[in-house]
Design a binder for this molecule. Structure first.
Ligand code: ATP
Ligand code: MG
Length: 230
């Protein structure tokens, strides 16, 4: 088991390959301080998603260690690890049920008030309230009636409700209208507060709120610094 974590994340000489044919990460080392937000940028196939997939232990490293608060994550249960993480992937996970249900999934005991509050903080409340049945609106077929951006906002609200110490966002390149883009940016910045965050985003606006940028290429960290430095 893992005690409640502060959220320091360290890669200590990590090497990783999906299969024997190709080493993806060769020797990656870095430390992210508790509460720090990092944007991972770099070309397609560089290894950005691979790095965050190792933090959430979707795969195990070949050699080296991934540490959270100094604890090797291969020595804790997946459940205790993931219970402290908010993971948002390219395709926002939407299931059949109401929008409220979809958000409550982050914290099953949440009240209506908590759901609304989380939604307001991430700027999801506006579009939800404008729907005919608001939070009681049924989403069918995995949210086919919702836009990409709206699904992402719902996923933000759900994740905020779960109050994770470590936040991971691996975002798709998607065309989003200007208004939703603004909401997403404001919502994301609200979520970053007080959490160690790893953001993979293709739009520059999304990563503007991050403390540090890591430039990844060919399975390694080429450069790291603030917006001003890079
Ligand atoms: P993008 O910006 O396109 O999302 P990325 O930086 O996230 O790219 P990764 O998905 O980490 O890149 O991929 C790094 C390398 O690992 C690529 O060469 C890719 O082909 C390979 N790769 C990724 N996932 C797998 C997998 N499940 N099995 C085998 N190889 C994979
Ligand atoms: Mg990727």
């Amino acid at each position: 088991e893992m005690p409640t974590i502060r959220g320091e994340v360290t890669f200590d000489h990590v090497a990783f390959s999906y299969d024997e044919t190709k080493k993806i990460l060769k020797d990656v080392s870095f430390t992210v301080k508790p509460g720090e937000s990092v944007a991972l940028v770099g070309p397609t196939g560089a290894g950005k998603s691979t790095i965050v997939n190792l933090i959430s232990r979707f795969y195990n490293v070949d050699s080296g260690r991934v540490l959270i608060d100094g604890q090797d994550i291969s020595e804790v249960t997946i459940h205790s690890l993931r219970s402290q993480m908010g993971i948002m992937m390219q395709d926002s996970f939407i299931f059949s049920g109401t929008i409220g249900d979809n958000i409550r999934y982050g914290k099953l005991t949440a009240s209506e008030d908590e759901i609304r509050k989380a939604s307001r903080i991430v700027c999801a409340d506006d579009f939800i309230s404008r729907m005919p049945e608001g939070y009681d609106t049924e989403v069918r077929e995995r949210g086919s009636m919702l836009s990409q951006g709206q699904k992402q906002l719902i996923s933000f609200a759900r994740t905020l409700l779960s109050d994770p110490s470590i936040l991971i966002l691996d975002e798709a390149t998607s065309s989003i209208d200007v208004q939703t883009e603004k909401a997403l940016q404001t919502g994301l910045n609200a979520m970053l507060q007080g959490r160690t965050s790893f953001i993979i985003a293709h739009r520059l606006s999304t990563i503007r709120g991050c403390d540090r940028i890591m430039y990844i290429d060919d399975g390694g960290i080429m450069e790291t610094g603030s917006h001003e430095e890079l």
